[in-house]
Structures are given as structure tokens and as C-alpha cells.
Design a protein around this ligand. Structure first.
Ligand code: A3P
Length: 317
């Protein structure tokens, strides 16, 4: 998402300063048993979310925090606009409507009035969310709108979220990796349990309007991953388009542009962008505990096979 971000950057940087005035225990609020950042959302917003009206051509991108959702957003935004071939006038209209949101276009962020402003976004809207299926507004799953769900192996997701928690002023810090690890395993983090998300999404794995993709497969072959995404949404692009978009969405390119696209948030967001960084943080016992938890939650499921847990998460013997 590299367009028209100035106002959003301003809003987020203001919330960084605001969060300095908030005590750590008030940085998160709980809604229906799940924690959310208080400077980005509120119980009133999450109540108002129920009234969100889905359009059949909406493009939804879902994923637990730190699974690479900003990367996916960048790719899909470029795939969509290349397919749509918006005129300059149409592009201006889109940018102006996006500015009115005054927030990243994430379903659960903003003030309660954001859903009225979202009605003014021209189609196709690209809407991102960290919410699991049961917390989505009912109209999303009832409509014909397509949902692309992103997964990342739990060990790298945990390490990424640890750094995010400790560097992001909007979230309370942990005093140690071990303390954080327990919170991750118990689902005591913003947006709840990583494992609950997986278990829930796994129930939708054969749903025709839902496609699942992994961070690791995108890392392995970004162009192939984007071709699958384009086919799912019905976008038509040339080989050159795919190469250009892949280059623009490389970790290096996104990191270099991050001050422009994400302001100070960019320094926190673009950390390493690799597969396997967990090996520097997990003890043997923690690694085995997570292997067991993954097996208990997802062992034998189609999603577990798709995620290639053994390849990305097992200690080689
Ligand atoms: P790390 O912390 O492991 O580096 P999200 O966007 O959901 O918050 O996820 C952030 C994670 O995605 C971070 O992981 C970040 O570095 C990684 N990421 C962001 N842009 C990326 C890109 N272009 N290619 C690969 N990884 C990327």
C-alpha cells in the first residue's frame, strides 16, 4: 500500500505520541475476550463493525498479525490496480476516498464512523483484517466477496510479533522472550491466539470464496504466488506486470521506501523478512512445546499439510 499515505502516517504517528501518555495496562482493551490496541480501535468500533456492508466485488485480505499482511497488501493492491487500468481521474478519486478514512483500511481500526466513510470507497475495495472468521461482520462470509487468507509458520510469526510488541509504542512491552513466549502460547496477545485463528480458518479451507496462501511459499517464488492470487481474484496481468510488481514488493524495495509509505512505523515493520529466524530465539524446550501445540491443534489437517510445518519448523536431526 504505497499510495496516499501521508494522512494515515500522520494519524499513526499521532497515536504513537498519544500512547506515550497512556499507562501500559491501558494500551490494550478486551472485547469479547480478545485484546486490541486501544489507540487504533475501541469497543464502539467493534460494535459498529457489525453493520459493515460487504460488496460482492470486495477483496478481503485476512491474516494473524506478523504473517506478512503488509507485504500481501502491497502486492494485491498493485495486482488489482494493474488489472483495473484505472484512469488518472479514477485513481485520484480512489486516493481522495482513501484519505477520508484517516486510517489504514483495516476492518477493525478507526472510530465507529469509519464504516460510513468506507461506503464512499469506490469498488473494488481492498480491505485488510487480522480478525478470525467468527469476528468478521456477518455480511462478509454471506456475500460472494473473496477472501485471501495469509499464514506464516508459528515460530517465525511468534518471533516477529515479539519484536513488534517490544518496539511498537502502541503495545505494552515484555520484559523477556520467555515471558512473551508464554503469552503467545496462551493467546494473551492482541488479536488473541494464533492457534485459534488457524483452527478456525482450517474449517474454511474448501470454501470456494476463500483462498489460503503461506508467507513461505511467497518467499520461495513470489511470482508464482502472485499468479495464484491473480487467478483467484480473476485479475489478468502480463509476465512483465508480475515481474515489476514482485520487484516493487521485495523486502529490500519496501524497506527502502518505508519512511515514505509507513513513516516511523516502517522502521518497526520491516525487520528481517526471512524464513527461519526463530532458530535464534527458541530454546529446545520451547521448540518442542510449540511442535506439540501445533500437532494438538492442527495435526492431520489440510492446513497443516499446506503449511509444511515439518519443513519450516522442525529442528533438523
Ligand atoms: P519479520 O519481523 O520476521 O521481519 P505484518 O505485515 O503482518 O505486520 O508482518 C510483518 C512481517 O512481514 C515482518 O517479519 C516483516 O519484515 C515481513 N515483511 C514485510 N514486508 C516484507 C516483504 N516485502 N518481503 C518479505 N517479508 C516482509
Amino acid at each position: 500500500m504505497s499510495r496516499s499515505r501521508e494522512r494515515v502516517i500522520e494519524v499513526v504517528e499521532n497515536s504513537f505520541s498519544e500512547s506515550g501518555k497512556v499507562s501500559p495496562e491501558d494500551l490494550l482493551f478486551s472485547y469479547k475476550g480478545i485484546l486490541y490496541p486501544a489507540t487504533l480501535s475501541s469497543p464502539e468500533t467493534l460494535e459498529a463493525l457489525k453493520s459493515f456492508e460487504t460488496r460482492s466485488d470486495d477483496v478481503f485480505l485476512a491474516g494473524y498479525p506478523k504473517t506478512g499482511t503488509n507485504w500481501l497488501g502491497q502486492m494485491v493492491m498493485d495486482l488489482e490496480s494493474t488489472d483495473a487500468k484505472y484512469t488518472e481521474e479514477e485513481m485520484k478519486e480512489r486516493i481522495n476516498a482513501e484519505k477520508m478514512l484517516e486510517m489504514f483500511p483495516r476492518l477493525e481500526f478507526g472510530d465507529p464512523g469509519i464504516y460510513e466513510r468506507m461506503k464512499k470507497l469506490p469498488s473494488r475495495r481492498i480491505i485488510q483484517t487480522h480478525l478470525p472468521p467468527h469476528l468478521l461482520p456477518p455480511s462478509v462470509l454471506q456475500s460472494k466477496a473473496k477472501i485471501l487468507v495469509l499464514f506464516r509458520n508459528p515460530k517465525d510469526t511468534a518471533v516477529s510479533y515479539y519484536h513488534f510488541y517490544n518496539n511498537m509504542p502502541l503495545l505494552p512491552s515484555f520484559t523477556s522472550w520467555d515471558e512473551y513466549f508464554a503469552a503467545f502460547m496462551n493467546g494473551k496477545l492482541a488479536w488473541g491466539s494464533y492457534f485459534d485463528h488457524l483452527v478456525e480458518w482450517n474449517k474454511y479451507i474448501d470454501h470456494e470464496g476463500i483462498m489460503m496462501i503461506n508467507y513461505e511459499e511467497l518467499k520461495e517464488d513470489q511470482v508464482l504466488g502472485m499468479k495464484k492470487i491473480a487467478a483467484f481474484f480473476g485479475f489478468s496481468l502480463s509476465e512483465e506486470d508480475f515481474s515489476r510488481i514482485a520487484e516493487k514488493a521485495s523486502f529490500q524495495a519496501m524497506k527502502e521506501k518505508s519512511r515514505e509509505t509507513h513513516g516511523k512505523f516502517g522502521d518497526i515493520l520491516f525487520r528481517k523478512g526471512v524464513v527461519g529466524n526463530w532458530r535464534e530465539f527458541f530454546s529446545k524446550a520451547q521448540s518442542e512445546e510449540m511442535d506439540q501445540k501445533f500437532e494438538d491443534c492442527l495435526g492431520g489437517t489440510k492446513l497443516a499439510t499446506k503449511m509444511k510445518y515439518d519443513v519450516y519448523c522442525k529442528v533438523s536431526k
